[in-house]
Design a protein around this ligand. Structure first.
Ligand SMILES: [Zn+2]
Length: 51
């Protein structure tokens, strides 16, 4: 099942704890602007994977 926008309320940036916004292929932090990749629809919220 693809990630739904309402799922994002459970998620926060591990770096700055701000909410995340869903991009086409990544989650983008609304605070610091880091982008976390989606791997098979699963967000990878690891600071060292962020771009
Ligand atoms: Zn952040």
């Amino acid at each position: 099942m693809p990630l739904q926008p309402e799922d994002l309320r459970w998620l926060a940036c591990p770096v700055c704890r701000q909410p995340l916004a869903l991009d086409a292929d990544a989650l983008r932090c609304t605070g610091c602007g880091r982008r976390y990749p989606l791997v098979d629809g699963i967000p990878v919220l690891l600071a060292d994977r962020a771009s």
